[in-house]
Structure formats: structure tokens, C-alpha cells
Design a protein around this ligand. Structure first.
Ligand code: ZN
Ligand code: ZN
Length: 371
């Protein structure tokens, strides 16, 4: 079967691989339809620093944001059968460690991502997953939409766990996929002014479609002045999506602390840089009594909230089904998986981002009409 493997920095190689074995106990064979290109993958593709900290193994099929159909279910799997449409929560978990028992499943002591740090992922004709990774899709959610659940869920959790309240004024530095998810949930939660700062036109356009009340290009306008004009006392909450290939992002944390109000909150959704704090005057958050929180790829299924049924992943799917959030507004670039023949084809896609699109999805077995 065809698959695309990671072989080191800037080396994503399409090739032929053996079919996965038949699903064992508690396992499910998936036929991926759409697979998202995660902005974390762009970092790992570009940067030896990122590759090293997440210990990306070489020779592994990539792809951790995917939806597809169940091809076969192994012994002991209940509630999933051939033909069921599912989206995948890519985190492995043991189910028995203290973190798992507390519902903090992505902090499992045995965790790892399928298709990124452990086991072959979804950028292939077929892939094998544990049954607990599968979330059934309601009829109203397309496979293409479902392939965006994973990054969107970071935003779900960031807003759910923040102190955001109706009428708050919020600012987003960086409109990568996590912050675009958080923007949608901030809008749903009643945030009033929603300012998005990002140097890429594709991302500002996506932010406008999903609920920004103002977008600012930091290459042309002074973001802090524009924020103060609308929020004279500062923002109640600032969300930061920092990426090391975005030159302006080296100032995002500094600007976040300058833009937030006294006793406000800075939520760090993404912090990809070897020296993210280098431009921060740490006296500023200290004097302002700023609350600083981090939500990098954490999803919860806390028992007191209802466990899996009301966890961050299921809530994101439910909000897609109800139309509360819509990934269609990202206007994703769809890439035909079957047309990717060489490492150069992949490098072109990665190098084009984010000028080319706010989000890329590979179409594997998905019907074009599903998009
Ligand atoms: Zn991802
Ligand atoms: Zn565990």
C-alpha cells in the first residue's frame, strides 16, 4: 500500500509499504479519508530543534489528524463495525496511570502520538489504531470536517479551561490552527471584541470568516495601538500561538503581556521557539499580576465533567454537528494524496505554508463531494 514516511528533517518520502496486520484485540483497521497537515508537522519538518524535542522516529508513516472508515474491528471491540465513520484522537494512553484515571488522558505517563512519535499514522491507504482513539461521526459532520477535530480541540480546551466570560475582550497573537479553534470557541462563549494579529493574509482571512471582529497585519500596523484603541484598559484574555518560522512571533509573548489588562490572563496555545521568552520584560506580567496558562495539545475527559461523553474531543465533534463551529471557513487547500510521488512534492506543500493556505488537508479515500 502507499504511505508517506518521515525520514528526518525535510524528508517526507512517499513509498510502498506492507499492509498493516489484521487488527488484534482492541484494535481497529482504518481506511483514512482525509488527513490534516498539522502546523506542528511543519515545525518538525523544518526544524531539527522541534524534531529532537518530540523525538520523531524515522521510518514512520506520518499523519495524526485524520478521519476515515472502519475497515475491520479486532476481537473485543464493541460499538465499532466495518463502514462506521470515525475521527481519531491520536494520543495513546494506558488507561490505568494516575493521569488517565483523573481523565487527563493526554498527560498519560505512557502517551505518544500516532503518526508523529509512535506507530504508523494516517497518511496511508490503511492504518491500525486502538479502539479508544475512535470517535463516531454524526451524519452532519463530513469526513473533511472531522479531519480538523484534533487541532481544533486544542482551542476547545484552551477556552474551556480559561477564565473567559461573556462580554470579555480577547486578542489572538498568531492565527495558526490552535488559535483559530480557540477563536471560534471564544465567539461561541460570548467574547465581545475578538482581535486577531497575524502577518499572513490567508490566516487573517480565515480568522475573519470564523469570528474575528478585527484583524491586524503586524508588518504594516502597530497592533498594540490598535488594541488599546478598542480595549483602553487592555484585553481580558490574550491567546498566543507562537511559531519559530513566523519572524513576528518572536514578539508575541512580549506584546501579549503589554496588551493584557491588569489581572488578565495570557493563554499560551503554542510556543514553538528555542527561546520564546527572550523578548519578554518579565517585570510586566509580574507587576500586572497576569495569570499565565498553557494548553499545548491537551484534551481532557475528566470524570467530574462526564468523562469521554463530555470531554474536549467529543465536545468539538458536537459543536461541528450543531454548526457552532465550522472548519469549512478555513477554506482548506485539498491535496490529492495519490498525486504525491516524491519528497519534492511534499516539500513544496510545506514550504508554501502559511502563504498558500490557512490549512492543508490530504485527500486519501475521501469523496471530493465530502469536501
Ligand atoms: Zn495536530
Ligand atoms: Zn495512562
Amino acid at each position: 500500500m502507499k504511505g508517506i514516511v518521515f525520514e528526518g528533517e525535510r524528508q517526507l518520502i512517499p513509498g510502498e509499504f506492507p499492509m498493516p496486520r489484521d487488527p488484534g484485540r482492541g484494535e481497529v483497521l482504518i481506511k483514512p479519508s482525509y488527513v490534516g497537515l498539522c502546523y506542528s508537522e511543519k515545525h518538525h519538518f523544518d526544524s531539527p530543534y522541534q524534531t529532537k524535542i518530540t523525538q520523531n522516529p524515522t521510518g514512520m508513516i506520518w499523519g495524526h489528524e485524520f478521519a476515515g472508515a472502519v475497515e475491520a474491528a479486532g476481537p473485543g471491540v464493541s460499538g465499532l463495525m466495518a463502514g462506521d465513520r470515525v475521527t481519531i484522537d491520536p494520543r495513546f494512553r494506558c488507561g490505568t496511570c494516575p493521569m488517565c484515571r483523573a481523565g487527563l488522558i493526554t498527560n498519560c505517563e505512557m502517551t505518544g502520538w500516532i503518526g508523529l512519535s509512535r506507530e504508523n499514522g494516517g497518511l496511508a491507504e490503511y492504518t491500525l489504531v486502538p479502539d479508544y482513539m475512535c470517535f463516531l461521526l454524526p451524519a452532519g459532520v463530513s469526513d473533511l470536517q472531522a479531519a480538523t477535530v484534533e487541532p481544533t480541540t486544542v482551542g476547545t480546551r484552551a477556552v474551556r479551561r480559561s477564565g473567559l466570560s461573556v462580554g470579555d475582550n480577547v486578542v489572538f497573537f498568531g492565527a495558526e490552527d490552535y488559535n483559530l479553534g480557540a477563536l471560534q470557541f471564544a465567539r461561541l462563549s460570548g467574547a465581545q471584541q475578538r482581535i486577531v494579529v497575524d502577518p499572513y493574509a490567508t490566516r487573517r482571512a480565515a480568522a475573519s470568516r470564523v469570528g474575528a471582529t478585527l484583524t491586524i497585519d503586524p508588518r504594516h500596523d502597530d497592533a498594540l495601538t490598535a488594541i488599546r484603541d478598542l480595549m483602553p484598559r487592555g484585553a481580558d484574555i490574550v491567546f498566543v500561538g507562537m511559531e519559530d518560522y513566523v519572524p513576528e512571533a518572536s514578539m508575541y509573548l512580549k506584546h501579549a503581556f503589554d496588551a493584557v489588562r491588569t489581572q488578565g490572563e495570557v493563554v499560551i496555545n503554542r510556543i514553538y521557539s528555542p527561546t520564546p521568552w527572550e523578548n519578554v520584560m518579565t517585570v510586566v506580567p509580574w507587576m500586572k499580576e497576569v495569570r499565565i496558562t498553557h494548553y499545548g495539545d491537551f484534551y481532557g475527559e475528566e470524570p467530574q465533567l462526564g468523562g469521554r461523553a463530555r470531554g474536549d474531543y467529543q465536545l468539538t465533534i458536537d459543536m461541528l454537528a450543531s454548526g457552532g463551529i465550522t472548519p469549512d471557513a478555513y477554506d482548506p487547500q485539498i491535496v490529492d494524496f495519490w498525486s504525491l510521488d516524491s519528497p519534492t512534492d511534499l516539500a513544496e506543500i510545506f514550504d508554501g505554508l502559511p502563504d498558500s493556505s490557512a490549512k492543508v488537508l490530504y485527500r486519501v479515500h475521501g469523496e471530493p463531494s465530502q469536501g
